[in-house]
Design a binder for this molecule. Structure first.
Ligand SMILES: Nc1ncnc2c1ncn2[C@@H]1O[C@H](COP(=O)(O)OP(=O)(O)OP(=O)(O)O)[C@@H](O)[C@H]1O
Length: 250
């Protein structure tokens, strides 16, 4: 399996504080990679570097085989890198369908070019319909976002991201604050994502990460302790010592 993203020797300081030190790992085509670590381990800082909001002090990134360190966040998005934030980004006054449709139309390029606009609009609408239907939301799409539960809004956040048909989807704590059933539904959507999309998932809930991810990278104090399959990570002595001691009992 080839790598869609390669992070090589990335380091980042904030003043004298080392937030990341020599971080190296890759994200492979179509996989879901979990990114875990205690509070302050550097997970969000790493997302900020991958998406271009922060520049590393050392090291670099390759995306689709190309160095992207010089690319702005906007250029990275236009190449299929999509990120969700810990806070919901929907428009509360618009309906579920309208929120997702904005993303689907942007992806389809509707409104940017005249030629074939009608066909692209039709394809975008079909995509919205399919995403809502496959989501298990039990909503028609005509409801205003503000009338949905918090958990349902987070699921729509994910559908908006998927409507952009990302090549690399970066999910920052998408299940935080969700009831168990909603978290499982959201992860089911992630698991059944388009096989061409690679996902990096930050989550604090160990059961969620071990259940949903093909591989897991463990950060601790800004360093990668281990990166491998759930079985490899679960068996790693340094991970157990630093972070997953509780796993020994599970
Ligand atoms: N802009 C900044 N200036 C100074 N320190 C920062 C800045 N951004 C992050 N840090 C520090 O870097 C460390 C890593 O933060 P980061 O948010 O990346 O961790 P995290 O693993 O995402 O934590 P959490 O799980 O709590 O979200 C923390 O100690 C944080 O206080």
């Amino acid at each position: 399996m080839s790598a869609v993203l390669e992070v090589s020797g990335v380091s980042k300081r904030f003043g004298a504080f080392r937030a990341l030190t020599d971080v190296t790992f890759d994200v492979r085509e179509g996989e879901t990679l979990g990114l875990i670590g205690p509070n302050g381990a550097g997970k969000t800082t790493l997302f900020n570097i991958i998406t271009g909001f922060l520049r590393p002090d050392a090291g670099g990134l390759h995306y689709g085989g190309e160095a992207i360190d010089h690319l702005s966040p906007e250029r990275r998005v236009s190449r299929g890198m999509v990120r969700t934030f810990q806070k919901s980004m929907v428009f509360p006054e618009l309906t579920v369908r309208e929120n997702i449709a904005m993303a689907a139309r942007q992806r389809a390029g509707v409104g940017l070019r005249w030629g074939g606009a009608q066909r692209r609009l039709g394809a975008a609408e079909a995509r919205v319909h399919q995403l809502i239907g496959d989501s298990g939301l039990r909503r028609s799409g005509g409801e205003r976002m503000s009338d949905l539960s918090y958990g349902e809004q987070r699921i729509v956040d994910l559908l908006i991201s998927l409507a952009l048909e990302p090549r690399l989807l970066l999910l920052d704590e998408p299940t935080a604050g969700l009831a168990q059933e909603e978290a499982e539904r959201l992860l089911q959507i992630v698991r059944h994502h388009d096989a061409r999309t690679s996902v990096v998932l930050i989550a604090h809930d160990i059961d969620i990460v071990f259940g949903a991810c093909d591989r897991i990278a463990v950060l601790n104090l800004g360093q990668v302790l281990c990166c491998g399959t759930p079985e490899v990570v679960r068996a790693d002595a340094s991970v157990r010592a630093a972070y997953l001691g509780a796993l020994a009992d599970s």
